[in-house]
Design a protein around this ligand. Structure first.
Ligand SMILES: [Zn+2]
Length: 414
């Protein structure tokens, strides 16, 4: 099973927006730019919403049938580990092996030495096609990278083989993710990581590194865009080099996690993938839930009442809701509107505060990030929330579709 050149992770927390998401892909396809949807949902999201992996598969299949989508599509067991992978095996054909927690755990020193000996030819100055400077690896940096990443890649190998034994090698797509950590992986480290992935015989088709800068949920990139652009392009070149050198899958590409709403990065990503003729996977999840809230607010009536209530109920549980997302959001209570204020907003005002239009004076990035983590409250509302989505399906779907199409797919791929 082979992942296509351009793909987008389209998380859909409540499983109601598959058709709207596909409609955005249909527009791209009609314009000659096929982008494949991958419905991703993590164990954490399933636990909070009380859904099962098979619910994602059913929603994906139903959306594909209803929209008569004839392109490829996949269901991603997002950020799984050995602890929770088994529940995903039947439903998923894409597995994101999350080994970030294992970075920095030292492998036995004899194994590090064996790795360094086996890959001694990596020491030196590598002139890699597409890069304007040689990539430098020293004996010391090779050993340091092995100490930092070898154990994590071996954990990915264990996880890959666990899935392959149950599902059959070749019947699923493998992604290796290392993004949920504080320190970025540099392009020379990427070369060493890919050597280790090849040693483990993991047929990775995507790899999600931690890039430089902050990838806060639902809002734009925080960091030096020029540094990101250099790192992204260098990683693309290193991957291409590693495919030939280590015999990795020829379609191996970068995956950008927390990739929604990173408007300032789409131009440099688009420039790099075009110049280097590379693919990319952009993983998003919560941006679609935020569009549901915008659509409900715009609908007015009970839709607006639900949107206001999500905020009111979430506000009193700030620490509980923000805690699990501490490293990927930046919300200050002092910059949030009061509950009294929000209860007085009409639908358009609520929508303007939430919709990701940075130039709009009413847009509030703290409000947006806080609502992003507030989906737990909507999940607890249960039938009330889902009935509001059903009652206002048209306006919600329009927001979901336009967000994916106009603010994501077109800037990246058109
Ligand atoms: Zn991730």
């Amino acid at each position: 099973m082979k992942l296509e050149k351009y793909s987008m992770g389209v998380g859909d927390r409540f499983g109601r927006q598959g058709r709207a998401q596909l409609q955005a892909m249909q527009v791209m396809r009609a314009a000659g730019v096929p982008v494949v949807p991958v419905w991703n949902k993590s164990f954490r999201e399933h636990s909070i919403i009380h859904t099962q992996p098979m619910d994602v598969r059913r929603a994906a299949d139903a959306a594909v049938a209803a929209e008569k989508w004839t392109g490829g599509y996949h269901v991603d067991a997002d950020h799984i580990s050995l602890k929770n992978v088994d529940g995903f095996v039947a439903a998923s054909d894409f597995f994101t092996l999350d080994v970030a927690d294992h970075i920095g755990v030292a492998a036995p020193e004899a194994d590090v030495a064996a790795f360094v000996a086996r890959h001694g030819d990596l020491v030196g100055s590598h002139m890699i096609a597409g890069m304007d400077r040689p990539l430098e690896v020293t004996a010391a940096s090779l050993a340091a990278s092995a100490r930092k990443y070898l154990h994590a890649v071996r954990e990915a190998g264990r996880l890959y083989r666990h899935i392959a034994e149950r599902k059959g090698a070749g019947n699923f797509i493998t992604e290796v993710s290392m993004d949920e950590t504080n320190l970025p992986q540099t392009p020379p480290e990427m070369l060493v990581i890919l050597a280790a992935i090849a040693d483990e015989k993991i047929p990775a088709q995507t790899i999600a590194p931690k890039f430089t800068g902050r990838f806060n949920k639902g809002v734009d990139y925080v960091g030096d865009v020029a540094v990101f652009a250099g790192e992204f392009a260098a990683d693309v070149c290193v991957i291409r080099h590693a495919i030939k050198r280590f015999g990795l899958p020829e379609n191996l590409k970068l995956s950008v996690h927390s990739g929604s709403d990173k408007f300032s990065l789409y131009a440099p990503i688009a420039e790099a993938i075009r110049r280097l003729d590379a693919g990319v996977h952009l993983k998003t999840a919560g941006t679609t839930w935020l569009e549901e809230m915008i659509g409900l607010a715009e609908a007015g009536g009970e839709g607006l009442a639900v949107a206001r209530d999500v905020y009111r109920l979430a506000f009193g549980r700030f620490d509980e809701l923000c805690g699990p997302y501490a490293t990927v959001i930046d919300v200050q209570v002092a910059r949030l509107p009061t509950v009294e204020t929000v209860l007085q907003w009409d639908g358009p005002r609520f929508a303007r505060a939430l919709r990701h239009v940075p130039s709009c004076p009413d847009f509030n990035p703290d409000f947006r990030q806080f609502i992003h983590v507030g989906y737990k409250v909507a999940a607890e509302m249960g039938p009330r929330y889902l009935s509001a989505l059903a009652a206002h399906e048209a306006v919600v779907a329009r927001n979901v579709r336009d967000n994916i199409l106009e603010r994501h797919l077109k800037p990246l791929f058109a």
